[in-house]
Design a protein around this ligand. Structure first.
Ligand SMILES: [Zn+2]
Length: 330
């Protein structure tokens, strides 16, 4: 039950407005791998608590748009308490959360859930609990002075996101000579391979940036090392698909623009095309963990709007044709 409709509505509206704003902004930016941050992990607050699913996608989108390396957020007061300040001119974003409270059935008392639990049983019967949607404002760790003013705390918080040590070898990893040839110079745009944490296609310079293959070697069992190689090629295929969408090629990036869906649509095209080509080559592309939840949302839309799926699949097949041809010629 919701005792606070106005407030809830305002919070939801604020959340949606910000979300739309972020999506609008994403349409302009580099098309990096969807929702990548420096390390692997879910957004969390200063005490290490992970944000709810309600806020997870939203906060990752904020990181993506703003280029924040770590999805670590904090309120203004949390900053202050740790002797850190918010950098001048930085704007906060609003996150939503469900707050449990209790109110008196025949009275006006409204108390926190903690106070409710402390009441004696007989007293408690006079109350009933309810959930209310609230919002509060948070700043990313990069918007604060933490790195300079509280380096130990900064190190502690960000260490949760450091990627595991990697083996400096590609031995035992799946390899594909044709795809290696594409990456080495036979693809339709430049592919720059270097040690970095992100893969993305940059439409401005028409080039793909790809981490080194050995960075996908996380060690573990023979199968895991082997699969790391497939992950590397999956990443390439995903970014290669993006590069087929450039204005000079399939001119696909603005599709869905009217509905504010261009970026998400493009990600869906990239994931599905990579999956299709990977399948053709005999390996399963793994939809990135962060992408999975997002894509399932889109697939729901697809189910409700079959026309949308048809138009996406048409683009998938055009992109896959270009990749297939290049593989044949490589
Ligand atoms: Zn992408």
């Amino acid at each position: 039950m919701n005792m606070n409709n106005n407030r809830t509505e305002n919070a939801v509206k604020q959340y949606c407005d910000t979300m739309i704003h972020v999506i609008e902004g994403l349409k302009q930016g580099w098309r990096r791998t969807w929702l990548t941050t420096e390390g692997v992990g879910r957004p969390m607050n200063m005490s290490g608590r992970e944000y709810s699913r309600l806020n997870e996608f939203y906060l990752l989108m904020v990181c993506e748009q703003m280029g924040y390396d770590y999805p670590i957020f904090m309120t203004f007061n949390q900053c202050k308490q740790s002797g850190v300040h918010v950098n001048k001119g930085e704007k906060s974003v609003a996150v939503l959360f469900w707050c449990m409270r209790a109110h008196e059935k025949r009275g006006k008392n409204d108390i926190s859930i903690d106070n409710y639990h402390q009441l004696p049983d007989a007293e408690r019967d006079r109350f009933e609990t309810y959930a209310v949607l609230r919002c509060y404002n948070v700043f990313n760790i990069a918007q604060t002075s933490m790195q300079e003013d509280a380096p130990e705390l900064y190190e502690k918080l960000t260490s949760n996101y450091k990627t595991p040590a990697i083996a400096e070898t590609t031995d035992g990893m799946y390899s594909n000579a044709k795809l290696d040839n594409l990456i080495a110079g036979k693809w339709i745009c430049k592919v720059i391979v270097r040690k970095q944490s992100k893969a993305f296609y940059n439409p401005k310079s028409d080039s793909i940036l790809l981490p080194e293959k050995e960075q996908y070697n996380m060690g573990g069992t023979t199968e895991q090392v082997y699969a790391g190689g497939q992950e590397y090629y999956s990443t390439f295929l995903h970014e290669a698909t993006h590069s087929t969408g450039a204005d000079t090629r399939l001119n696909r990036f603005d599709k869905g623009k009217e509905e504010g869906k261009a970026y998400g649509r493009e990600e869906l095209v990239a994931e599905l095309t990579a999956a299709l080509i990977g399948h053709e080559l005999g390996f399963n592309t793994s939809v990135e963990k962060n992408n999975a939840a997002y894509l399932s949302g889109w697939l729901k839309v697809c189910k409700e709007q079959p026309r949308f799926l048809v138009s996406v699949l048409a683009d998938v097949s055009k992109a896959a044709d270009i990749i297939d041809k290049a593989i044949d010629a490589a």
